[in-house]
Ligand binder design. Structure first.
Ligand code: ADP
Length: 193
């Protein structure tokens, strides 16, 4: 099973990806998580990405495409994977198509979580509060200023990715405003799981 989860920041992609990981036994490939790990490890990629990420902007296509190209070749991705946070631009979607064609891999589903934009900031703020309550560190971009930039990046650069897959006829949409378990059920139905 190879699938893509699309949707704005705070749509619930990570939550649903976690459940799909358990159900299918395939890894979640989150470019956000991978980039945060690179920042933490102090790699050259992390150093390049940090300020852009903290401000809420998009890291260059070249960097994220390179990360994904390496990652899908790893052993645990042989049986499939869930892409979360990638592709985020049409150029990334095209690069992914080329990569999958080269490696003879196809996509089984592209699922978009549709969420009312007005609900998103509240979700991000709740995530930050929950993180503090759990004694963790709040993401540098989980604040209203960076969130505004993230939402703008989504509208301008990532919404066209949904249109790209819709044109190909491969996009499936799920109402991300439903309770978490209902969203999971809808995704399961779409996947025939
Ligand atoms: P979100 O909560 O918005 O889904 P992520 O954890 O997926 O956030 O990503 C956090 C940040 O990492 C993004 O705001 C961006 O700076 C960077 N990033 C992640 N994936 C990509 C990508 N595919 N292209 C460009 N930048 C990315």
């Amino acid at each position: 099973m190879r699938l893509i989860l699309l949707g704005p920041p705070g749509a619930g992609k990570g939550t649903q990806a976690e459940r799909l990981v358990k159900k299918f036994g395939i890894p979640q490939l989150s470019t956000g998580d991978m980039l945060r790990a690179a920042v933490k490890a102090g790699t050259p990629t992390g150093a390049k990405a940090k300020s852009v990420m903290d401000a809420g902007g998009l890291v260059s296509d070249e960097i994220v495409v390179g990360i994904i190209a390496d990652r899908v070749r790893e052993a645990d991705a042989k049986r499939g994977f869930i892409l979360d946070g990638f592709p985020r631009t049409v150029a990334q979607a095209e690069a992914l198509d080329a990569l999958l064609a080269r490696t003879d891999m196809g996509l089984d589903a592209i699922v978009e979580l549709k969420v009312d934009e007005k609900a998103l900031l509240g979700r991000i703020e709740k995530r930050a509060r929950d993180m503090v309550a759990a004694g963790g560190t709040v993401r540098a971009d989980d604040n209203p200023e960076a969130f505004k930039v993230r939402l703008d990046a989504y509208r301008e650069q990532t919404a066209p990715v949904s249109a790209y897959y819709a044109r190909k006829g491969t996009l499936k949409t799920v109402d991300g405003m439903m309770p978490i378990d209902d969203v999971t059920k809808s995704i399961d139905r779409l996947l025939g799981a």
